[in-house]
Design a binder for this molecule. Structure first.
Ligand code: AOF
Ligand code: ZN
Length: 353
């Protein structure tokens, strides 16, 4: 193709439109679980004529919104989708049929859908219908977008991320960095990505300090590990619901009901039973949030490392020297963390300046 006298490489354009798909998909961050986030762009004669994303499980898929948006202009156009179009009847009908019916000429797919019901059948169906299909454009980006969905599909287990903050002298901190209380700060963004967050009851008061979130943003379910009887978290603005796991009676049922809290009693609080519970509830992603003292989470952290259940670490380094003697030092934390198979983990380092 020639534009402005220069021969353009089609793959450059493919990358551009695929990155736009990912951008669109991210508008529904935290809202699609157990479904993936998916974005779709319809392009004709070098112009975007339709855009869409999957907003929520049970609602139409990205392709359907983009095709509706493009109307008749979809005919002979190229459809870009960050995930392979589905070819099955789930809560919604197959996107492959919608694309075929709209007479698109070419489909560019970011990644094959790991869902065994789909897994390349969508691509095969489109090719059988005579559509030119390219697979694997900006694949890394598309996989990163749905890391939790992919992990859950392939292993049947939730995606678990460990998060903690350190001072420059390596103390584990219980405060979070700047921008936390602001809408769009890294912590409120992180929370939105997870179906549930696990934290120690001794921290819930700090945790429930107001962190503004965008209206309509996902509020993860808060899982509180309480090992001291009588510990009751304050209602949190950030959580849609609170569940307390305890091996003791935490409070009377009336107290709990009043605060809108569910209690789950376990003989022993261990990660296996908590993750089993999360799996039964259909949670795909869990944030294990570690603050200043290991507290009730120490055993859980040890177990998460021994049982190799962590997929990702988010580490924040705050630009100050922690003078307190009480904090857990990096040395103590390292004795646990160094045993992690770091090569299997992704890490996102956030340094506040
Ligand atoms: C697509 N486009 O936007 C999404 C897809 O129950 P359903 O009908 O919503 O189907 C859910 C499955 O469809 C999900 O597990 C995944 O395999 C695929 N998601 N596919 O073509 C989309 N969200
Ligand atoms: Zn679909």
């Amino acid at each position: 193709r020639v534009r402005c006298g220069l021969v353009e490489d089609e793959s450059v354009d493919d990358g551009f439109y695929m990155r736009r798909c990912v951008e669109l998909a991210r508008r529904a961050i935290g809202c699609t679980s157990p479904n993936p986030m998916v974005g779709c762009v319809i392009v004709k004669d070098g112009k975007i004529v339709g855009e869409g994303f999957h907003p929520k499980a049970g609602q139409p898929h990205a392709e359907v919104f983009a095709l509706r948006n493009a109307g008749n202009l979809a005919e002979n156009a190229t459809a870009y989708v960050s995930l392979e179009p589905c070819n099955h009847y789930g809560r919604t009908p197959p996107c492959t049929e919608a694309l075929i019916k709209a007479k698109v000429k070419r489909v560019v797919v970011g990644m094959v859908d790991p869902n065994p019901i789909v897994a390349s059948k969508g691509v095969d169906r489109l090719r059988d219908a005579g559509i030119n299909v390219t697979v694997g454009v900006e694949e890394k980006l598309c996989k990163r977008l749905n890391e939790a969905y992919i992990h859950q599909m392939l292993t049947g287990k939730p995606f678990v991320t460990l998060r903690y903050s350190l001072s420059v002298n390596g103390h584990l901190l219980d405060q979070l960095g700047d921008g936390v209380t602001q809408t769009g700060g890294y912590y409120s963004k992180l929370l939105q990505e997870y179906d549930a967050i696990i934290l120690s009851a001794s921290l819930t008061e700090k945790f429930s300090s107001p962190t503004s979130q965008e209206p309509g943003a996902n509020q993860p379910l808060q899982i509180v590990i309480a090992s001291n009887p009588g510990q009751l978290p304050a209602p949190s603005k950030e959580a849609s619901k609170i569940i307390i796991f305890s091996d003791k009676e935490v409070a009377t049922e009336a107290d709990l009901a009043q605060k809108g809290i569910d209690a789950v009693n376990l003989d022993r609080i261990n990660l296996t039973s908590i993750l089993e519970y999360c799996k039964r509830q259909g949670f795909c992603s869990i944030l294990l949030d570690l603050r200043g003292s290991f507290g009730d989470l120490e055993e859980l952290l040890r177990e998460s490392i021994e049982q190799n259940v962590l997929q990702k670490i988010v580490l924040e380094v705050l630009p100050f020297w922690d003078e307190s003697n009480g904090g857990v030092s990096l040395v103590a934390l390292n004795s646990l963390v160094k045993r992690l198979e770091v090569k299997n983990l992704q890490s996102m380092i956030s340094t506040q300046s």
